[in-house]
Write a protein that binds this ligand. Structure first.
Ligand SMILES: [Zn+2]
Length: 330
C-alpha cells in the first residue's frame, strides 16, 4: 500500500473512532496533523445585518479545501448569529476571520440549516473560539449526524479534498429548533421556519425580519445537486412558503443570493420534473425513456441546462422523482 493510501485509510479509521464524542481529537502521534488553513474569501454584504461568504466552486476539491457552500452570518446588537459553518474546522476559522473584519461582537449562536457536512463540519471552529456558544439544528438533523451522517460527511470531505479537512472533529449541535420559533436578539428578530421535507427531511430556514432577508439553506439553488434526501412535492410547497415570506433577498447554501426569482425557478424546476415524471409514469415509461422528453421541456432546455451539474445529474433527479411518484401511490 502506498503511503498516501495508508494515510487515507488510517484517517478513515480515525474518523470512525473519534465519531461524535470528543472535541479534542485522539489521533495517534504520527497522525496528529491539521490540514492547511483555508484561504480568505471576503464576506458579501446583503443588507444592514446580513452577510455570507460566497463559495466560487460547485463541488469540493483539494484546491478549494472542500469550500463549496456559503456560510452566512447576521450581526445583531447582541452578537453574531452564524448560519451554516462550512465543511471543516479550517473553513470555520476562515469564517471567524471574515466576521472579525466586520464586527468586534462575539458569536452568540450558530444554526445548522441541515445535516449535510458542508453546513455543519465547521462547528468545531466556533466551539473552540466560543466554548459556550449554542449550536442549533432540527432534532432530526442532529439524529442524522449521530447515526452515521457525521462519519459519512467527514469521510466525504476528506476524500474530495485530499485530506484537506484533517483536524476537524464532528461537533454536534447542542440545542434544537423545530420551526415556528421567534428569537429576539436586541435589535434583530429571527423567525425560524420548517416547511416540511424539501432538500432534506428537516431543513431550517432563517428569516431576518427587520432586513427582509431569508437564509434558505439548500432548499433552493440554481444547480442540480443532492436530492436523495429530499422531496419534489415538499420543495414545491417550501418554495411557495418562502415566497410568501415576502423577503427582498434570499441567501442560498450554494451560488449567489437573489430576489424572489430564485424561489420561482426552484419551484418551476421541481414542478417540471415531478409533474412530467408522474405523467410519463402513468403512460408506462421508464425513467430512462422519459429523460429526453423532460429535458426537452422549455424550462429545462432554456434555464436549468445552464446550471452546474445539469448534464451529469439530471437523470438521477428524474429517478428520484419517479421513486417519489411511486411512493405517493401507496
Ligand atoms: Zn445540502
Amino acid at each position: 500500500m502506498k503511503r498516501r493510501e495508508l494515510l487515507k485509510s488510517a484517517f478513515g479509521l480515525t474518523a470512525g473512532l473519534i465519531g461524535v464524542s470528543a472535541l479534542k481529537p485522539l489521533y495517534a502521534d504520527e497522525l496528529m496533523v491539521k490540514a492547511d488553513p483555508m484561504y480568505d474569501v471576503p464576506a458579501t454584504k446583503v443588507s444592514d445585518r446580513c452577510y455570507y461568504i460566497l463559495a466560487a466552486d460547485p463541488e469540493p476539491s483539494p484546491e478549494n479545501h472542500a469550500f463549496f457552500n456559503n456560510p452566512g452570518f447576521i450581526v445583531t446588537s447582541k452578537g453574531v448569529v452564524v448560519v451554516d459553518t462550512g465543511s471543516s474546522v479550517q473553513i470555520g476559522e476562515m469564517v471567524l476571520r471574515q466576521i472579525k473584519k466586520v464586527t468586534d461582537k462575539p458569536v452568540i449562536m450558530v444554526i445548522n440549516t441541515h445535516y449535510h457536512g458542508d453546513h455543519f463540519l465547521g462547528n468545531h471552529a466556533f466551539v473552540e473560539a466560543y466554548p459556550n456558544v449554542d449550536i442549533y439544528s432540527h432534532p432530526t438533523a442532529i439524529q442524522n449526524i449521530k447515526s452515521g451522517g457525521g462519519d459519512f460527511w467527514y469521510g466525504f470531505m476528506q476524500r474530495n479534498s485530499n485530506n484537506g479537512i484533517s483536524g476537524t472533529v464532528v461537533t454536534l449541535p447542542t440545542k434544537t429548533f423545530n420551526g415556528g420559533e421567534t428569537v429576539k436578539l436586541g435589535d434583530t428578530t429571527l423567525k425560524i421556519h420548517q416547511f416540511g421535507r424539501a432538500h432534506t427531511e428537516s431543513d431550517l430556514i432563517v428569516e431576518v425580519v427587520e432586513d427582509k432577508v431569508a437564509f434558505l439553506g439548500d432548499t433552493a439553488m440554481r444547480r442540480v445537486a443532492n436530492m436523495a434526501d429530499g422531496s419534489f412535492k415538499g420543495t414545491i410547497e417550501t418554495m411557495k412558503q418562502a415566497k410568501a415570506l415576502g423577503c427582498n433577498h434570499y441567501i442560498l447554501g450554494h451560488g449567489p443570493h437573489d430576489n424572489v426569482s430564485i424561489c420561482e425557478d426552484m419551484q418551476t424546476f421541481c414542478e417540471v420534473i415531478y409533474e412530467n415524471a408522474a405523467k410519463y409514469y402513468d403512460e408506462g415509461l421508464s425513467d430512462f425513456e422519459m429523460k429526453p422528453k423532460i429535458m426537452a421541456e422549455p424550462f429545462m432546455k432554456d434555464v436549468a441546462s445552464q446550471w452546474p451539474g445539469y448534464e451529469g445529474t439530471v437523470g438521477k433527479f428524474i429517478a428520484v422523482a419517479v421513486a417519489e411518484v411511486e411512493k405517493s401511490m401507496f
